[in-house]
Design a protein around this ligand. Structure first.
Ligand code: FAD
Length: 361
């Protein structure tokens, strides 16, 4: 029986472990605790590229097939605001073709539907989108696979790679590194070069009242997104990507960030909200901003660079990686995400973090 070690137990590591175990592989997942918010993450079907849409669609099927949790998915109306210069019909066609019925509405109609007066700016699309209970799902998977709690280091020796946790060495036939923003450091320390960079993702909980707590908003005109949190509150985030050291995170919920989020909110809703609480974490990107899956060295695999859309495409990419590891053909065309796209490429270490692929331009 194949023995696999998976380092990391977030969206990537849990779903890789889940799919490996389903095919009869002996899996050991090594992970520190995950810290996903109980209010859920966005699973969006309103993305920019159709390869991502395919993965998001498959991910939705995977979520729906899980027998877990008090809730898995919650659907909300979604309002997208796009600049006048953008080809709005392209997105309406793309999203509708994947089952997310979308149509253009005026800002006045959007105000009526949301029950709150909106400020002008850009064109509006109404669709549906959803939150997914990633915290519950990851805990559910964690309770069903063999887990070592702890921080692993990747060790390279004559026989290949092993994982070191608190002085104990763990060996398998293969190792899969799926440790989020720590991937680059783990691989780099073991002498394996994969083009990855860590940057900060952050969000702010706002008191928004009884109407805005029931909608998902992507405002590309005022540069924020917002999603329901608890009753009367919503979580707002920005498009900035400050570079960070994931093992030594600075405070990203700065007064400037809080002011900027309140201003963005005011530009769309005409009033200044009360901010309650910040949340931050490290995200990871590759030079072209698309995720990476594939073999990084003999019997060493990687899944990373999920950006700010791991809940949207991560499970389907994990499924594809498991097919590759087992020598099969992934059910979707994942060539855009293969690590081999960087084979032989020389990329400057100072590449810039660009727009995340799920952001509409
Ligand atoms: C504020 C914020 C809001 C976000 N909102 C959304 C959203 O709405 N929708 C969405 O799709 N995405 C969102 N994201 C992005 C999403 O969280 C990431 O895309 C996703 O978590 C990446 O999954 P991952 O498994 O690759 O990494 P991670 O989620 O970082 O998981 C890695 C896990 O591995 C563990 N680990 C790391 N190194 C080691 C090691 N050496 N040994 C053992 N364990 C280790 C970590 O503790 C962690 O549990 C958001 C991110 C942030 C910070």
């Amino acid at each position: 029986m194949l023995r696999a070690i998976v380092i990391g137990g977030g969206i990537a590591g849990s779903f890789i472990s889940h799919f490996l175990q389903e095919t009869g592989v002996d899996v050991l997942m090594i992970s520190e605790k995950t810290t996903y918010p109980p209010i859920g993450l966005i699973h969006s079907m309103l993305l920019r590229f159709d390869t991502d849409m395919e993965l998001a669609k498959r991910t939705l099927e995977i979520y729906r097939s899980l027998d877990c949790c008090s809730w898995v998915l919650k659907e909300y109306p979604a309002y997208t605001f796009i600049g006048e210069e953008v080809d709005i019909n392209k997105y309406i066609r793309l999203w509708s073709s994947y089952g997310s019925d979308s149509r253009e509405i005026t800002i006045e109609e959007a105000s009526k539907l949301m029950g709150i007066k909106l400020m002008p700016g850009g064109r509006a699309i109404i669709s549906k989108d959803r939150l997914v209970n990633i915290a519950g799902i990851v805990n559910h998977i964690r309770s069903r696979v063999k887990v070592i709690n702890g921080f692993a280091r990747l060790k390279r020796n004559a026989a290949g790679f092993s994982a070191l946790v608190n002085g104990t060495e763990y060996r398998g036939d293969i190792i899969i590194v799926a440790a989020g923003a720590i991937n680059g450091k783990l691989l780099g320390d073991a002498g394996v070069s994969v083009p990855l960079k860590s940057y900060g993702c952050r969000a702010l909980l706002l008191l928004v009242g009884p109407k805005l707590d029931k909608a998902i908003i992507y405002d590309y005109v005022n540069h924020f997104y917002m999603r329901p949190a608890t009753p009367l509150t919503a979580s707002i985030g920005d498009e900035e990507s400050p570079l960070v050291d994931p093992l030594n995170m600075p405070n990203l919920v700065t007064p400037d960030f809080i002011t900027s989020m309140k201003n963005s909110f005011k530009s769309r809703f005409g009033k200044t909200p009360i901010s309650l609480l910040g949340r931050q974490g490290a995200c990871e990107s590759s030079p072209d901003m698309f995720p990476i899956i594939g073999e990084a060295a003999t019997d060493l695999y990687i899944m990373g660079a999920l950006n700010g859309y791991g809940a949207e495409i991560g499970p389907a990419l994990a499924e594809a990686l498991v097919s590759i590891v087992l020598g099969g053909k992934p059910r979707l065309d994942v060539s855009r995400y293969l690590l081999s796209r960087y084979a032989g490429a020389v990329f400057p270490s100072d590449w810039e973090i660009g727009h995340e692929p799920h952001e509409v331009l």
